[in-house]
Design a protein around this ligand. Structure first.
Ligand code: NAI
Length: 286
């Protein structure tokens, strides 16, 4: 089946991590349909990151080719520098360059804070936060070696932006991706590399057992993929450092709010009691 859309990504080389299923798969198919040459990365583990299955990435790459596109698979882990080096080597060997990176790979090890063990903390931080760092650094170096220009799309979450019960490891990783995105956007601007993040909500194997998705097919990975395409395409212009949120047909954004606050007359330090007394005017939004 040949699927051809607008060709907005013709000639571009796109790496998408964790693209063997869920959101990454939908993003990879859309980029492929738009003419991008796609490197489909996925280690192929279960939802908690256990196990490996190379066939998941292979299958998505094969699907892109069946639809008339170009794709190769890579099944290393984004949490390993060695595997990330190999991922970028595959992209350069097969397609000659890297124009877009979508950091999407992720796992869940939900546990309340009091029960969370060191391994559950480290595994989640490793895939989401270290994985995003390793891939972004490799992409930026490659893009700069090509003369600059490029687009990086990270994946944060509502949990990271607002907090969520039972997800202190995941929320910390996703909030870390927010801070990382803001800083990378500032540092890479002079190289004409935009760095933005998505905050999606969609029914995938990661979320299918949440009550909010029961009986609902209105929040799909296909609702999210166009937002990744937008941030990874020239339609995004020079927009950088944004968090674009998608939940079904709702498209919105997350922003950190800094309040006007208050100055104490005379420039003296506030006392703790004065902070208590003036709390409402200190934290009130503009
Ligand atoms: P998913 O479980 O279907 O997809 C995640 C993919 O990442 C899997 O195919 C998995 O094999 C792969 N992966 C895991 N560890 C990896 C590693 N070390 N190296 C390479 N690949 C690895 O889940 P979903 O929902 O598609 O999640 C995609 C991203 O979106 C994740 O970063 C997730 O945290 C984020 N997200 C998803 C939300 C949702 O509502 N589905 C909400 C907020 C964020």
């Amino acid at each position: 089946m040949r699927v051809r859309m607008t060709g907005s990504m013709d000639g571009k080389v796109v790496i998408i991590t964790g693209a063997g299923g869920g959101l990454g798969r939908a993003e990879a198919l859309l980029f492929g349909d738009e003419g991008a040459r796609v490197v489909v990365n996925d280690v192929g583990g279960d939802r908690s990151g256990m196990g490996e299955d190379a066939s998941r990435a292979e299958l998505v790459a094969a699907t892109i080719r069946e639809r008339g596109g170009q794709a190769v698979a890579h099944h290393g882990s984004v949490a390993s520098r060695e595997d990330v080096d190999a991922l970028f080597a595959v992209a350069v060997r097969e397609f000659g360059r890297v124009d877009v990176l979508v950091n999407n790979a992720g796992i869940l090890r939900d546990r309340t804070l009091l029960k969370l063990d060191d391994a559950e903390w480290a595994a989640v931080l490793g895939v989401h936060l270290t994985g995003t760092f390793l891939c972004t650094q490799a992409a930026a170096k490659q893009m700069i070696s090509q003369g600059g220009g490029g687009r990086i799309v990270n994946t944060t979450s509502v949990s990271g932006m607002l907090g969520n019960f039972g997800q202190s490891n995941y929320a910390a990783a996703k909030a870390g991706i927010y801070g990382f995105t803001r800083t990378a956007a500032i540092e890479l601007q002079k190289h004409r590399i935009t760095v933005n993040a998505l905050a999606p909500i969609a029914k995938t194997r990661m979320t299918e057992d949440l009550p909010m998705f029961h009986g609902k097919e209105s929040m799909t990975p296909e609702h999210v993929a166009p937002a990744a395409l937008f941030l990874g395409s020239d339609l995004a212009g020079d927009r950088t450092g944004f968090v674009l949120a998608v939940s079904g047909s709702r498209m919105y954004a997350f922003k950190v709010v800094e309040t006007d606050g208050r100055f104490k007359e005379g420039g003296q330090p506030w006392t703790a009691a004065e902070i208590a007394e003036n709390w409402e005017s200190i934290v009130r939004a503009r």
